[in-house]
Design a protein around this ligand. Structure first.
Ligand code: FES
Ligand code: FES
Length: 166
């Protein structure tokens, strides 16, 4: 089976790797780059959203793409959001509002929320639900997740503009 050399930018860092042409992008991130924050929650069928990342500004399910299809892409994963001692407002919101239980769905949720708040800084409850329709949570009943998003939106709105654009 063939391999191909790809180059991607992930969380601001450039990686050049030779990958099997059939390797899934989610496996590339987790196994090749060791970024295990991106989860696999279904049998890589695009149903759960746990593997959601930001690729060239769009939310994609990384189990539905091959690594070679991401050649040249700019990727953001949950590891790129914030640090444990410097949480992103979205991470802070999930923490403060108890937006997670088992946490399996959480990284994918956060990446969908990240893109939502970029285009819609003050989403309604209906808009939050709509944005998270591809992210399945089996634990929380979604109420706390919605509160987490509202918390994050308020925190981001209160930030100086330069920081908000990060
Ligand atoms: Fe379930 Fe990708 S792992 S949608
Ligand atoms: Fe368990 Fe969402 S917190 S699946």
């Amino acid at each position: 089976e063939g391999t191909k050399t790809i180059q991607v930018r992930v969380n601001g860092q450039i990686y050049k790797r030779e990958v099997p042409i059939r390797m899934l992008l989610v496996d590339f991130l987790r196994e090749e780059l060791g970024l295990t924050g991106t989860h696999v929650g279904c049998s890589v069928e695009g149903r759960c959203g746990a593997c959601t990342i930001v690729l060239n500004g769009n939310n994609v399910k990384s189990c539905l793409l091959l690594a070679v299809q991401a050649d040249g892409a700019d990727i953001l994963t949950v590891e790129g959001l914030g640090e444990p001692d410097n949480l992103h407002p979205i991470q802070e919101g999930f923490w403060e509002k108890h937006g997670l239980q088992c946490g399996y769905c959480t990284p994918g949720m956060m990446m969908s929320v990240y893109n939502l708040l970029k285009v819609n800084p003050h989403p309604s409850v209906a808009e939050i639900r709509e944005a998270l329709v591809g992210n399945i949570c089996r634990c929380t009943g979604y109420e706390h997740i919605i509160e987490a998003v509202q918390y994050a939106a308020d925190r981001i709105a209160a930030m100086p503009k330069e920081e908000r654009d990060k």
